[in-house]
Design a protein around this ligand. Structure first.
Ligand SMILES: [Zn+2]
Length: 53
């Protein structure tokens, strides 16, 4: 594994709290997805939503 992909792998493991707009519970979501405004799934109610960074 190259240095670059190892760094990317570490970054993808960094999470941030995101609040679900449906059930209003907090969950850990990848900051990569948050920064790219990708759809994340709530682990509590399985709703899909976008976290705006
Ligand atoms: Zn939810």
């Amino acid at each position: 594994m190259s240095y670059f992909s190892r760094v990317m792998d570490q970054i993808s493991k960094i999470t941030s709290d995101a609040m679900c707009p449906v059930c209003r519970k907090k969950s850990k979501q990848s900051i990569t997805k948050i920064s790219r405004e990708e759809v994340v799934v709530c682990p509590h109610c399985h709703a899909r939503f976008i976290v705006h960074a």
